[in-house]
Design a protein around this ligand. Structure first.
Ligand code: HEM
Length: 454
């Protein structure tokens, strides 16, 4: 096959755009995809050469068909690993594969089913408190609220009731502060000398030590107690490598637990916040959701077996993640020269996969900017390219928590809509901000009014 030439953004333009890119990467990438087509080359920060693609054939080739030729790019992950350790999300190669094989069974449906009750209880307690806190105006920042709730959902799924409230709040504070600092390190690498000099790096190392020591205490405490728990920590403790029959070291257990927090809470929280926003703009959808919840559940809480029957709820979440994919981009490095769809990919090059670009492509979707949950109905789903929609990535590095996240989001939506009517507070400009995840830039103020008829 002959290779086609890929449009190249001139180095000078990449450089000119780099400040704007830092401020609003989504806008710059969308403009470029429109102007140059679904695949183009650019210079990151005007320096490192890279390729951007929203082409589903190329994405599928890189993530799945020829995944062995690609490694995760160090751009994001080495900084995350420096502060949070070497877990599934941040590791690569043989080490990653061995960990993935070990941990995967812990996310099997039977394991998730056992978490339903714990999650339902945490959601109920949290939403009751939220109803009280929101006070007379009923106004809350849903972006923050969902962040707290999703953190709690992961915390309880990992450690059940072993993590006392005070330490849970402390851990949430430590992890979110660390994540914010890591984002600064990624976006402003030229300030690293200043972070070192000003003591910011040392301060965040100290925070990381604090988070690690909380998790260490929990692991040691659990090891001393003979009783079994139905949570993710127990799964991590019980898992045995096939070749040696041994379990993970304490350091590995800490690293994997922290990475699950990082990978597992902000993503779901943003998906939920965007879902709430979209529902506030589409009251007919909110009505349809409630009708489904009523028909399938009556007034009981959902059990694991109910979840596939909440079909419209799934469709709404999927459509929200199409419009606002929490993981809006990912990237890989080519190990050897490669070719796909007539595009030559040189060894050592960086390829950015625009998940957002694929989800908003005019070639792949009818009216891509419109909110239409029915795109995800059983009849419509098979009509699409399998990599036109990839909120959880794809191939062997597909998000390990995808079923966990879908379950968590369904459970939260059921209880949220049962308790409250959601209305967007007036006077806000809702804008997406693409950091590591895609979140509402200035938060998302909403009025929650208690529903009298449950
Ligand atoms: C809506 C929620 C979520 C979204 C959109 C999401 C998205 C993603 C994506 C796109 C990847 C692949 C990144 C790549 O290939 O470069 C990924 C990986 C990962 N996710 Fe998620 N995720 C979500 C929730 C979760 C949850 C709840 C957990 C854990 C409790 C989790 C744990 C992980 C881990 C450990 C990886 C790395 C897997 C590996 O490389 O083997 N995620 N996620």
């Amino acid at each position: 096959m002959t290779t086609r030439s890929v449009p190249a953004i001139p180095r000078s333009r990449s450089l000119l755009n780099s400040v704007r890119f830092l401020r609003n990467p989504l806008e710059v990438i969308s403009e470029n995809l429109k102007h140059y087509g679904d695949t183009y080359t650019f210079h990151l920060g005007g320096i490192q050469k890279g390729m951007m693609t929203a082409n589903p054939d190329i994405i599928q080739h890189i993530l799945q068909k020829n995944h062995r030729n690609y490694r995760k790019s160090p751009i994001h992950f080495d900084k995350l690993a420096r502060f949070l350790g070497n877990g599934l999300l941040t590791s690569d190669g043989e080490y990653w594969l061995r960990q993935r094989r070990l941990i995967q069974p812990g996310f099997h449906r039977t394991r998730l089913a056992a978490l339903t009750q714990t999650m339902n209880a945490e959601i109920a307690a949290f939403l009751d408190r939220t109803g009280q806190i929101s006070g007379a105006s009923g106004e809350v920042d849903m972006s923050r609220t969902m962040m707290e709730l999703a953190f709690r959902a992961v915390a309880r799924s990992l450690f059940s009731a072993d993590l006392p409230e005070e330490r849970l709040l402390q851990l949430a504070q430590q992890i979110t502060t660390l994540q914010a600092f890591i984002i600064r390190l990624i976006r402003q690498p030229y300030l690293e000398w200043w972070f070192n000099l000003s003591g910011a790096t040392a301060h965040h190392r100290h925070l990381s030590g604090g988070a690690r020591s909380t998790v260490t205490d929990l692991i040691r405490q659990r090891r001393q107690k003979p009783e079994q728990h139905d949570d993710l920590l127990q799964m991590l403790l019980d898992a045995r490598y096939e070749d040696t029959g041994e379990g993970m070291s304490e350091k590995q257990l800490i690293d994997e637990s922290l990475i699950l927090f990082v990978a597992g809470h902000e993503t779901s929280a943003n998906a939920l916040a965007w879902t709430c926003y979209l529902l506030s703009q589409h009251p007919e959808s909110m009505k349809q959701l409630r009708a489904e919840h009523e028909a399938v559940l009556g007034d009981r809480l959902p059990e694991f077996a109910d979840l596939p029957r909440l079909e419209y709820t799934l469709q709404v979440i999927e459509e929200a993640m199409r419009l606002y994919p929490p993981a809006w981009i990912t990237d890989r490095m080519a190990i050897a020269d490669d070719e796909v769809a007539g595009v030559h990919i040189p060894a050592g090059s960086m390829i950015a996969l625009s998940i957002y670009g694929a989800h908003h492509s005019n070639d792949l979707w009818d009216a891509p900017e419109a909110f239409r949950p029915e795109r995800f109905s059983k009849e419509n789903k098979p009509k699409r390219h399998p990599y036109a929609y990839l909120p959880f990535g794809g191939g062997p590095r597909l998000c390990i928590g995808n079923s966990f996240a879908m379950m968590e989001m369904q459970l939260i939506l059921v209880q949220l809509l049962r308790r409250f009517d959601l209305e967007l507070s007036p006077g806000q400009e809702i804008e997406a901000q693409a950091l590591i995840t895609l979140r509402p830039k200035n938060g998302l103020l909403m009025r929650l009014s208690r529903r009298t008829a449950l």
